[in-house]
Design a protein around this ligand. Structure first.
Ligand code: IPM
Ligand code: MG
Length: 356
């Protein structure tokens, strides 16, 4: 089969990790007889430098017309002082909105070989965990009305959290369907003891749940959830939550897997075209040094094969190769324990490719 993939390498370590994933995809294509065509597009700081805006029209059109998008990371100190509307992050939000990608799947599990890199107590790590965060991605406070105004204490700024019934319904369906294919257990996370938007969220999530009798759904307040995630992550199967809570909790979930450098994500809408990216950022401190961990991006490419191209066996092959490198004790700097030698980004990629 043949697929057109838009590459948005972005900033910082973005180009290095996307190049790694491309090499892995090329090898998979060779092995399984597929052709992947890659077209690069600028977004984020790279686009600001070139065009003065973070998300050029050409990038939006190119991504829309592709079979899927593979993205590295955007942002960096160079662009941190720009006004909100033209910050690099705006590119990511704009792409998610333009492509209608309202679902963000962020799986987090502990690799047996990496138990030593986990920051939790050994007895908690021993239980293992395997969860997926279903984060709503095109609504909530990220996209609500915001601005500055004169308040009673002088100038103030505001951002609004708003969710429509439709937005909650569609993400709830995704969560229940995801749970049906897993252990049948959804935890919906909100702040319903304070926020009206959360009360609507809770109501709708349960209403949708009536259509999924085989799946259980319990509610959890976000502060408690943040605590339960480090107390006993094994209790979670599918977490469904709003855009901002999902952003925060997925970083927490990633850290307890050993490193944020391992977590992949898929952003999906109604169609087949998705956006696949590591959940970590552009790591400007190590950019261009060939030190980054390419695994999160390589696993994001595997998710692309699975979710957008329906190439399950090919996705399995990548995931197995990643498992093998970890079991063989190979480590990039972020997951190094003790004084083993750290592999560079390209060395780690070579090792994964050789195990495909
Ligand atoms: C993420 C990131 C983004 C987000 C930023 C870069 C806008 O943190 O994908 O988790 O907040 O969604
Ligand atoms: Mg984040």
């Amino acid at each position: 089969m043949e697929f057109n993939i838009a590459l948005v390498k972005g900033d910082g370590i973005g180009p290095e990790i996307v190049d790694s994933a491309v090499r892995v995809l090329e090898k998979v294509g060779e092995k399984f007889g597929h052709k992947f065509n890659f077209t690069p597009y600028l977004a984020g700081g790279a686009a600001i430098d070139e065009y003065g805006i973070p998300l050029p029209e050409e990038t939006i059109t190119g991504c829309k017309n592709s079979d899927s998008v593979l993205l590295g990371a955007v942002g960096g100190p160079k662009w941190d002082t720009l006004p909100g509307e033209i910050r690099p992050e705006k590119a990511l939000l704009g792409l998610r909105a333009a492509l209608g990608l309202f679902t963000n799947l962020r799986p987090a599990k502990i690799y047996p070989a990496l138990k030593g890199a986990c920051t939790l107590r050994p007895d908690i790590v021993e239980n293992g965990f395997d969860l997926v965060i279903v984060r709503e991605l095109t609504g909530g406070i990220y996209f609500g009305e915001r601005g500055r105004r004169e308040g009673i204490y002088g100038e103030e700024a505001y951002d609004t959290e708003a969710y429509s019934v439709m937005e909650v319904e569609r993400i709830a369906h995704v969560a229940y369907k995801t749970a049906q294919k897993r252990r049948g257990n959804v935890v919906s996370i909100d702040k319903a003891n304070v926020l009206e938007s959360s009360r609507l969220w809770r109501e709708i999530v349960h209403k949708v749940g009536e259509q999924y009798p085989g799946v259980t759904c319990t509610d959890m307040l976000v502060d408690n959830a943040a605590m339960q995630l480090v107390r006993d992550p094994s209790r979670f199967d599918v977490i469904v939550t709003s855009n901002m809570f999902g952003d925060i909790l997925s970083d927490e979930a990633s850290q307890i897997t050993g490193s944020i450098g391992l977590l992949a994500s898929a952003s999906l809408g109604d169609g087949k075209c998705g956006l696949y990216e590591p959940i970590h950022g552009s790591a400007p401190d190590i950019a261009g040094q060939n030190k980054a961990n390419p695994i999160a991006t390589i696993l994001s490419a595997a998710m692309m094969l699975r979710y957008s191209f329906e190439l399950g066996a090919e996705a399995d092959a990548i995931e197995n190769a990643v498992n093998k490198v970890l079991e063989d004790g190979l480590r990039t700097a972020d997951i190094l324990v003790g004084d083993d030698k750290a592999l560079t980004c390209t060395e780690m990629t070579d090792e994964i490719i050789s195990r495909l």
